[in-house]
Design a protein around this ligand. Structure first.
Ligand code: HEC
Length: 380
């Protein structure tokens, strides 16, 4: 947290940033508005800014937020080497924490009511951690007498975690990072990450049982400098920004490191730009209890002519029917796994049906898999 403030002068805290009433949000909002004013015609920018303001006057119930206050310390610890924001560039130096990957409004099917000009949008509101990384592609490592001892020191004291090539470790299951040890490649050739070995105190804070000594650091610095220059000359350093460079930013118990709801549906009035309601659906077991928290969802919505909004894709594997006027739940059904695409509404012999496809798609919190199609008749 400290380093983030000092280096970037970006006084925004992740938790409160997700809270529209908090004053810190104004910082990001100012930035957002100024970019919008630069990029869009005036009229469009005005409209988007108004739309956002209106949406804040209609937030979903935030009562659950208090349960998560004890996570703040843990989250701050993880943010020690992070920057946060919507318009920051990903960097080799810090984790970038940002919203919007696999979410915001862009991922799943929205539904349009063309007669009344309403749009129903499933939204995910969870933070992600992005960090491009350097990798060494050196095949054989060899050092002359002068550096032999230093290399031995590296192999003995560091390589078990950071790898023989200094490539670190990154084990992921879909969006969830399971094990991560940063790489140590390129400190002497890649601008921006050059001082990582200098701060012995920080190093010993990060490695509680390692007890690195000053003379060891000096040896390793010499080793790394020669090593980096050598692999750089041989074109053996690669910067990666692939799927391993991002993961969902989660707390230790696997929950998104932001205030719930983590997923909700927003009903947008296309004529006034007003958000009519936001409704969080999707139960999650937290502290042994099922809570209607609003889980992330990768399903979608479908609306029929009687103002019933069908919705699926939440982590509780349910198919939902909601009252489109209020967002309230009318009906739900627990399927064999999570819905994985937008529901389909169709008519047959004068009767209306709705179909949900449940596969438990491709998201780490969809623990069950199946291949089931559920079709329900809709009574008049
Ligand atoms: C037991 C496993 C382990 C060993 C052994 C280990 N490290 Fe680490 N190292 C880590 C982990 C995990 C992190 C990330 C910790 C964090 O950011 O809080 C890390 C972080 C670092 C960082 C910061 C990198 C960055 O991108 O921020 C440096 C530099 C580093 N280690 C150097 C070393 C050196 C030098 C040695 C040997 C003297 C060493 N480490 C030994 C696990 C290890």
């Amino acid at each position: 947290m400290e380093s983030m403030k000092q280096v970037k002068n970006n006084n925004v805290d992740l938790i409160s940033n997700n809270d529209p009433l908090d004053k810190n949000r104004a910082l990001i909002e100012d930035l957002w508005e100024s970019v919008l004013r630069e990029e869009c015609p005036n009229e469009q920018a005005d409209r988007l800014i108004k739309l956002k303001e209106l949406s804040y006057s209609n937030q979903v119930n935030q009562a659950n937020s208090n349960n998560f206050k004890n996570k703040i310390v843990e989250i701050e610890e993880n943010l020690r080497d992070a920057i946060f924001g919507w318009f920051e560039t990903p960097s080799l130096e810090y984790d970038l924490i940002t919203f919007g990957l696999h979410g915001g409004a862009q991922w799943m099917g929205a539904s349009l009511d063309p007669y009344n000009q309403f749009l129903y949008i499933p939204v995910n509101s969870v933070p992600w951690k992005l960090r491009p990384y350097a990798q060494s592609r050196e095949i054989k490592t060899f050092f002359n007498n002068e550096l032999k001892e230093s290399y031995k020191l590296y192999l003995n004291k560091c390589s078990a975690c950071h790898g023989k090539n200094r490539n670190g470790k990154n084990i992921k299951y879909k969006e969830k990072q399971i094990e991560y040890v940063p790489n140590l490649v390129g400190y002497y050739t890649i601008p921006g990450i050059e001082n990582k070995l200098d701060n012995l105190k920080l190093l010993n804070t990060k490695h509680k049982n390692l007890m690195v000594k000053q003379e060891e650091i000096e040896m390793l610095k010499k080793l790394f400098e020669t090593w980096d220059k050598k692999i750089n000359e041989n074109n053996e350093i690669k910067i990666e920004g692939n799927g391993m460079a991002w993961s969902q930013f989660l707390t230790k118990d696997g929950l998104p490191a932001s205030n719930p709801p983590w997923g909700y549906i927003a009903k947008l009035n296309l004529e006034t730009g007003k958000i009519e309601w936001k409704a969080a659906h999707g139960d999650l077991k937290i502290d042994g209890k099922d809570q209607k928290i609003g889980t992330i969802s990768f399903g979608g919505t479908a609306l029929n002519g009687s103002d019933i909004l069908f919705f699926t894709g939440t982590e509780d594997s349910k198919a939902y029917a909601l009252d489109a006027k209020s967002g309230k739940e009318l009906w739900s059904y627990k399927m064999s796994s999570a819905g994985s695409t937008a529901p389909t509404i169709f008519n047959h012999n004068g009767k209306q049906f709705v179909t949900f496809l449940a596969t438990g798609g491709n998201y780490h919190n969809y623990t069950k898999k199946s291949s089931t199609i559920y079709t329900f008749g809709i009574d008049d």
